[in-house]
Write a protein that binds this ligand. Structure first.
Ligand code: HEC
Length: 215
């Protein structure tokens, strides 16, 4: 290989890895892609589909929390189980799975409570940037369940704020990827869950819920 070709190869390698590092946050999904809506002054988050855009969201699968608690108590720590289910990648033997989750105060839009990894689950924690700097994210890290059959799960911990703070909204994205190593051919899912505090009464109808806000 001549020096010139070698140099050219080096430049393309640099460009290639430079772009990949910029897009995937050094191998992990970019922050703030849970699909959380705009709240107060915090804008809506993107979704994994910002890049993994081959298909519409929520086709033939789901992302959900399995048996989450209905209520939280101030300062208590909960183990949450996040599940991604999809048969879309059943024929891709090298399929990989991914997710990202955050907890949002529905009044301020700020992140709320504290997340922690559980040893052995292969998850990673990051903090948002700019408008999302108060939010924490737990996401797929070293454990992407490569080749695993649907459904796959990860466990993580969340500790409630020291004082009760009304309902808390969890937003999460999930991915069933074909394992091709790129951002095409992957199926993206989005979900949310509202965790109630013990002092605000549960109101069954949406009209009642609306009224409760103005009491
Ligand atoms: C800004 C663009 C971008 C966003 C947003 C993004 N990704 Fe990716 N993702 C990529 C690129 C580029 C690749 C392929 C190269 C690599 O691994 O860096 C990739 C690859 C992957 C793969 C491996 C896919 C395969 O077929 O092997 C997984 C899993 C993955 N991303 C998960 C996620 C999850 C989960 C989210 C949302 C929380 C997400 N990504 C959001 C750019 C993105």
């Amino acid at each position: 290989m001549s020096l010139r070709i070698l140099a050219r190869f080096g430049v393309s390698l640099f460009l290639f890895f430079g772009v990949v590092a910029a897009t995937m946050d050094d191998g992990n999904p970019p922050r703030s892609r849970t699909g959380a809506p705009a709240v107060a002054s915090v804008p809506a988050e993107g979704l994994c589909m910002d890049c993994h855009d081959s298909f519409s969201v929520n086709l033939g699968g789901s992302v959900s929390l399995i048996d989450p608690p209905t209520y939280y108590s101030a300062g208590a720590t909960y183990t949450l189980t996040l599940q991604v289910a999809s048969n879309q990648t059943a024929s891709n033997s090298g399929r990989k799975w991914g997710f990202q989750i955050t907890a949002v105060d529905p009044v301020t839009g700020n992140g709320i409570g504290t997340f922690a990894n559980i040893t052995g689950q292969g998850t990673t924690i990051t903090t948002g940037r700019n408008a999302f700097s108060t939010r924490q994210y737990v996401e797929v890290g070293t454990q992407n369940h490569e080749g695993g059959a649907s459904p796959v799960t990860w466990q993580l911990q969340w500790t409630a704020p020291a004082q009760e703070a009304g309902s808390i909204h969890f937003y999460f994205s999930g991915m069933a990827s074909d394992g091709s190593g790129g951002n095409e051919g992957d199926w993206v899912y989005q979900g949310s869950y509202v965790l109630q505090d013990r002092t605000t009464p549960l109101v069954p109808t949406s009209l009642g819920r609306l009224k409760a806000r103005y009491r």
